[in-house]
Design a protein around this ligand. Structure first.
Ligand code: NDP
Ligand code: PMR
Length: 395
């Protein structure tokens, strides 16, 4: 049933500019002199053919059967139709594991929003996902045009959008100079926050029109953006300051590339972007939960030390990080387990509370976790929202 329609790829939008000072990349990124603070707390089955002529050049899709409302069974009892979940960055790591976990239930169809169509298709196949359980649609979060095109392509699939998971991310801890998205934003915040901000804002209307009983928008957060934890106190620490760099456009031309106005630091930019993700989830909750009934949630899935997230880190780090997390911090979690956790936030009937940042204890039981002061600052979340909507052209 799968019709593969690979058209051209979106050119990658990386460019390097000079800004800020070069950094040393010490093992585990920590120089002893930095003084580590130990603050603990701790879619009936219709077969749909995508009209490729109407899907603009950048969209690459695989058309599949789409789930719909299941009519009353012979017993007369209505069964829940298949849900459809959009997952960004589902070509590897947490996104792929979540897509697999959802697909395996037979109750979910996954729209995989990925920048590399072939990689995503191969990954889904290698993971053993049934070809009718997913659709790959091209999405490069480093381009706002691509995000808008993705939204159009998803709508052309004519599947409901029941859950959206903003999962994709880049981490550039060893970058000496910033790189930029197609729209000129520093890459980490541009992809992890601004691309997702536009995507989530656009797809909210689709979530709202879904008839699924529990509609959810999930933005993946992290412990490392929370300075009320030990992990969040490993330098460089997340800090958005007064958002002056963001307000200046993060372009390195007349403004800093860092949200707080400071010098470029790739690791900090990632952690700042995660604070933005967690603040954005809460602001969505405050603005839209009552009106739309959508559940907004974030999470820390555990330390998935083996994923592609660390691809740009030095080889020694990649070698020692997994055992360090397994045996020393005991924060390690496998990709499979982390995927089950995120799949729970997508689909578990008991996780409908909105505005929550979920974490898991050692027995893999979920609990509502406490965010840091900055990551729960409502004034900052509002300011972040207002600046972000200007930057992505929504205001
Ligand atoms: P991976 O690198 O394995 O996955 C990241 C995904 O994002 C990949 O599919 C990647 O695509 C995609 N991606 C990157 N840039 C873009 C872009 N410009 N447009 C579209 N997709 C893009 O990392 P993880 O699975 O670890 O990360 C997933 C999420 O989990 C992130 O939000 C991360 O912050 C979070 N997280 C991870 C933790 C960990 O320990 N690993 C801990 C806490 C949170 P491609 O395959 O083409 O590179
Ligand atoms: Mg961290 C309980 C302790 C704990 C946990 C759960 C993590 C998770 N880390 C912990 C502790 C420490 N880390 C300590 C004590 C150190 C100093 C040796 C340390 C170092 C460290 C580095 C250099 N840790 C890291 C890095 C990274 O480059 C990773 C990062 O920050 O990526 C942004 C990372 C992480 N530690 C974690 C988790 C989950 C990460 C991946 C971060 C993320 O995706 O947010």
């Amino acid at each position: 049933m799968a019709l593969q329609t690979a058209t051209s790829f979106l050119p990658s939008a990386l460019s390097a500019r000079k800004e800020g000072a070069a950094k040393d990349s010490a093992f585990l990124g920590v120089r002893l002199a930095d003084g580590l603070k130990l603050e603990t707390s701790a879619l009936g089955l219709r077969t749909k053919r995508v009209n490729t002529s109407s899907v603009a050049i950048r969209a690459q899709t695989t058309a599949v059967s789409s789930p719909s409302v299941t009519p009353a069974s012979p017993s007369g009892k209505k069964t829940l139709r298949k849900g459809t979940a959009v997952i960004t960055g589902a070509s590897s790591g947490l996104g792929l594991a979540t897509a697999k976990a959802l697909a395996e239930t037979g109750k979910w169809h996954v729209i995989m929003g990925c920048r590399d169509f072939l990689k995503a298709s191969r990954a889904a196949k290698a993971a053993g996902m049934d070809k009718d359980s997913y659709t790959v649609v091209h999405l490069d979060l480093a381009s706002l045009d691509s995000v808008r095109q993705f939204v159009k392509s998803v709508r052309q699939l004519e599947m409901p959008v029941d859950v959206v998971v903003c999962n994709a991310a880049v981490y550039q801890p060893t970058a000496k100079e910033p790189s930029f998205t197609a729209d000129g934003f520093e890459m980490s915040v541009g992809v992890n926050h601004l691309g997702h901000f536009l995507l989530a804002r656009e797809l909210l209307a689709d979530l709202q029109s879904s008839d699924y009983p529990s509609k959810r928008l999930i933005i993946v957060g992290s412990i490392t953006g929370n300075t009320n934890t030990l992990a969040g106190n490993v330098p460089p620490k997340a800090n958005l300051g007064d958002l002056r760099g963001l307000a200046g456009g993060l372009n390195g031309v007349g403004s800093s590339v860092m949200i707080d106005g400071g010098e470029f630091d790739g690791a900090k930019a990632y952690k700042d972007s995660k604070v933005c993700n967690m603040l954005t989830m809460q602001e969505f909750h405050r603005r839209y939960h009552e009106e739309t009934g959508v559940t907004f949630a974030s999470l820390y899935p555990g330390c998935i030390a083996t994923t592609g997230l660390f691809r740009e880190h030095i080889p020694l780090f990649r070698l020692l990080f997994p055992p360090f997390q397994k045996y020393i911090t005991k924060g390690y979690v496998s990709e499979e387990e982390a995927g089950k956790r995120l799949a729970q936030v997508v689909s578990d009937p008991s996780l409908t509370k909105s505005g929550v940042y979920w974490s898991w204890n050692k027995n893999s039981a979920s609990f509502e976790n406490q965010l840091s002061e900055e990551a729960s600052d409502a004034d900052k979340a509002k300011k972040l929202w207002e600046i972000s909507e200007k930057l992505v052209g929504l205001a």
